[in-house]
Design a protein around this ligand. Structure first.
Ligand SMILES: NC(=O)C1=CN([C@@H]2O[C@H](COP(=O)(O)OP(=O)(O)OC[C@H]3O[C@@H](n4cnc5c(N)ncnc54)[C@H](O)[C@@H]3O)[C@@H](O)[C@H]2O)C=CC1
Ligand SMILES: O=C(CO)COP(=O)(O)O
Length: 343
């Protein structure tokens, strides 16, 4: 049994706390508001984020960071990416982790200000603690119902990856390990942008053909950016890559897809975000990815048009028209260069 602290009592943090408790660990969840802690303790539910799920008495809740991390062995960070730096700062001010703690991040995104990945933010504050990113196709609503789910625990530290694999594995959750932290993080961040696009496509009334094209060309964009920043291309074929892209672009549970559908149906960006009521990571990651794309001088057309739709008021239907009619090109640039493939 390990002592595990989950930071943030949103839908994913709560669902993962349930898994950890089921697996026999000593689980404490930190929520920033005492009122939320009291609500959960009274009802043993967290209906705002995870409806109709009973939370066992064994899971402790607190709004004190100090109490939450006291003697803990594993910290699971489930804070929305744009808030992660702020939470890490609060933790660093209040807590010196003098003991060894495995830092596990489960949020998916890129910081809009610094353009850092979660691993880079965490390592800035805790350079000597082992870091693991847990990612893959996994909606909290299904995990809370114990429906079969497969994830990937990526770390440069093999032992830490294997500890996290053991921590979460059970008969409905299968966890693989992977040393490619950057590839897993870029996959998780960019798939949300593509899912927003898939939602917009659905909201506009386009069909399965359009969505399949978005998913496939979306992987291409993930690879293009990933290769520039040191990711392994094979990671994009895995659970964190194509796996998560499929689930987020097609699932009824996806917040990113739902937000996209509302925008496609004509709602404003702000109203769509508000209506979803939970974090829509892709809406912020698109800004970071657009800046990265510009900085690295690479072409990411889906990211580019989504940025224009969300932040520059471009009409969504015109954006699709742009994607369809832009300059013709090869499907796979590398193949086009291989003279032996042409007759
Ligand atoms: N919901 C899901 O099924 C999954 C979510 N994720 C990722 O996990 C991360 C969290 O997502 P959700 O739990 O769905 O979000 P959520 O919107 O359900 O919950 C976010 C939680 O973070 C807290 N929070 C927000 N700002 C904060 C701050 N400044 N300080 C402290 N706490 C703060 C909120 O109070 C809330 O409890 C995201 O990056 C998401 O992409 C990953 C896999 C599955
Ligand atoms: O990352 C997720 C599923 O793997 C959650 O996606 P949404 O935020 O779109 O719900």
């Amino acid at each position: 049994m390990l002592k595990v602290t989950v930071i943030a009592a949103g839908s994913w943090g709560t669902a993962l706390a349930l898994v950890l408790e089921q697996n026999g660990h000593d689980v404490t969840v930190w929520a920033r508001r005492e009122s939320q802690v009291q609500d959960i303790l009274q009802s043993r539910r967290n209906d705002k984020y995870l409806r109709n799920i009973a939370i066992p008495e064994n899971i402790q809740f607190t709004s004190s960071l100090q109490e939450a991390v006291k003697h803990t062995e594993v910290i699971v960070l489930s804070v929305p990416t744009q808030q992660l730096n702020n939470v890490l700062e609060q933790m660093a001010e209040q807590i010196t982790l003098s003991h060894r703690v495995i830092m596990v991040n489960v949020s998916k995104g890129i910081d809009m200000g610094s353009l850092e990945l979660p691993s880079q933010m965490v390592m800035r504050y805790y350079p000597t603690q082992p870091f693991v990113v847990l990612s893959g196709p996994s909606h909290a609503e299904e995990v809370a119902l114990k429906l079969p789910t497969a994830l990937v625990a990526a770390s440069k530290n093999r032992l830490a990856a294997e500890i996290v694999q053991d921590l979460f594995s059970n008969d409905y959750m299968r966890v693989y390990t992977n040393p490619d932290v950057v590839g897993v993080e870029i996959s998780g961040a960019l798939k949300n942008i593509i899912a927003l696009g898939a939602g917009i496509s659905d909201g506009l009334g386009y069909g399965d053909n359009a969505k399949a094209a978005l998913i496939t060309r979306g992987i291409n964009e993930m690879v293009v950016l990933g290769q520039m920043i040191g990711a392994e291309t094979s990671t994009f074929r895995g659970l964190a890559g194509v796996g998560d892209l499929i689930v987020t672009c097609t699932s009824q549970h996806s917040r990113n897809r739902r937000c996209g559908i509302l925008i496609g149906e004509g709602l404003s960006f702000d109203n769509a975000i508000e209506s979803v009521g939970m974090v829509v990571e892709g809406a912020y990651t698109v800004k970071a990815a657009y800046r990265l794309m510009t900085k690295l001088k690479i072409d990411m057309p889906i990211t580019k048009v989504l940025y224009r739709v969300l932040y520059e008021g471009k009409n969504a239907r015109e954006a699709v028209n742009y994607l369809m009619t832009r300059q013709k090109k090869h499907e796979i640039d590398e193949n086009a260069e291989k003279l032996e493939l042409w007759q």
